[in-house]
Design a protein around this ligand. Structure first.
Ligand SMILES: *[C@@H]1O[C@H](CO)[C@@H](O)[C@H](O)[C@H]1NC(C)=O
Ligand SMILES: *[C@@H]1O[C@H](CO)[C@@H](O)[C@H](O)[C@H]1NC(C)=O
Ligand SMILES: *[C@@H]1O[C@H](CO)[C@@H](O)[C@H](O)[C@H]1NC(C)=O
Length: 296
């Protein structure tokens, strides 16, 4: 009797929802190389992009930043920094840095404008003056236009500082380990923005945040095993001492291949479920009835 009951309980329990690695974090889709927890996605990204209370978060040694979007086809993560200044609001900030050993770089569209710098002591201005031959740390081309436009924002103009205290720090000069320590640079705050080229004259419509590129691996090739796993509704993960690939299937089972076996398996279970929910209750009821009947 208890065996029958447990078989029935198994059949009527849903085969879904046992997946450790989720394919979403809140409303946002989560795909390789990112993961929703330990053992999910690619291990190199696991501590850098996390799912915190259903919010995708980007983590560096300078802080935790909300991820506003991930463009999976172009491999770009868009983040905001709540401490940065925008056209609408200026505030003091300590800066922003990537971890030197993290698999990220800046998207070329990202512009950093250092605001309210002390021009007499800030190294970004000093370097310019003491050495006429070195390439300037602050961009003087379209960069100065960014500064001009930013200074026309009400919030920035309220700071009451001349546009010459603004410096557009160009990512091409930054190298792989981007470190923007505003205390060292003697600047009060910064703006990170992208989408400047679309509306160069309208700082209200710039997108404030940071666009960050990532690569899957050295060759930037999407691992074929993971592609197959995701195609079969699995989520890519890793396991064991060597972080070997696992495909985490919807039923909670891990395979080293993909989850296509579930389709057949689920097909028959779904059939039982959908067509015969009532029938199973009927079968259970009659079993109980017959056992009760036999006993007495
Ligand atoms: C089983 O199939 C149903 C309906 O086709 C689907 O909603 C569910 O996610 C599937 N479960 C698994 C484990 O694939
Ligand atoms: C499947 O893999 C995930 C990710 O590595 C892990 O968290 C989970 O415990 C594994 N599940 C089983 C049943 O081994
Ligand atoms: C000035 O420029 C020269 C040549 O580019 C370079 O060797 C030198 O280190 C620079 N000095 C400073 C203080 O940046």
């Amino acid at each position: 009797m208890s065996l029958i009951v447990s078989i029935l309980a198994f059949l009527s329990s849903s085969p879904t929802n046992s997946q450790t690695c989720k394919s979403t974090c809140g409303p946002a889709p989560v795909k390789y190389p990112f993961g929703t927890g330990s053992g999910c996605g690619d291990p190199r990204f696991q501590t850098r992009v996390t799912c915190n209370n259903q919010h995708l978060t980007f983590i560096t040694h300078t802080g935790c930043y909300p991820i506003t979007d991930i463009d999976y086809s172009n491999q770009i993560i868009y983040i905001t920094d709540p401490s940065m200044s925008t056209c609408a609001c200026t505030q003091p900030s300590k800066g922003f840095s990537l971890d030197w050993d993290a698999p990220f770089s800046f998207h070329d569209d990202t512009v950093f404008a250092l605001l309210n710098c002390d021009t007499s002591s800030s190294p970004v201005f000093k370097a310019d003056r003491t050495n006429n031959s070195v390439s300037p740390v602050c961009d003087s081309g379209s960069g100065s236009r960014v500064c001009e436009r930013l200074n026309s924002c009400q919030a920035v103009s309220r700071l009451g500082v001349p546009v010459s205290t603004c410096c557009v720090y160009t990512p091409v000069d930054l190298g792989p380990s981007f470190e923007m320590d505003l205390q060292k640079l003697n600047c009060g705050s910064y703006s990170g923005l992208y989408g400047f080229n679309e509306h160069p004259d309208n700082p209200d419509s710039w997108k404030y945040g940071v666009a960050i590129k990532y690569k899957f691996n050295f060759d930037n090739e999407y691992p074929p095993m993971c592609a197959n796993c995701e195609k079969s509704n699995g989520v890519c993960g890793y396991d064991g001492a060597y972080n070997s690939f696992v495909c985490n299937c919807r039923s909670g089972i891990n395979t080293s291949m993909d989850c296509s076996f579930e389709t057949t398996w689920n097909g028959s279970l779904t059939l039982l479920h959908n067509s015969n929910e009532g029938l199973w209750i009927y079968v259970l009821a009659s079993l109980v009835a017959s056992i009760v009947f036999l006993k007495f």
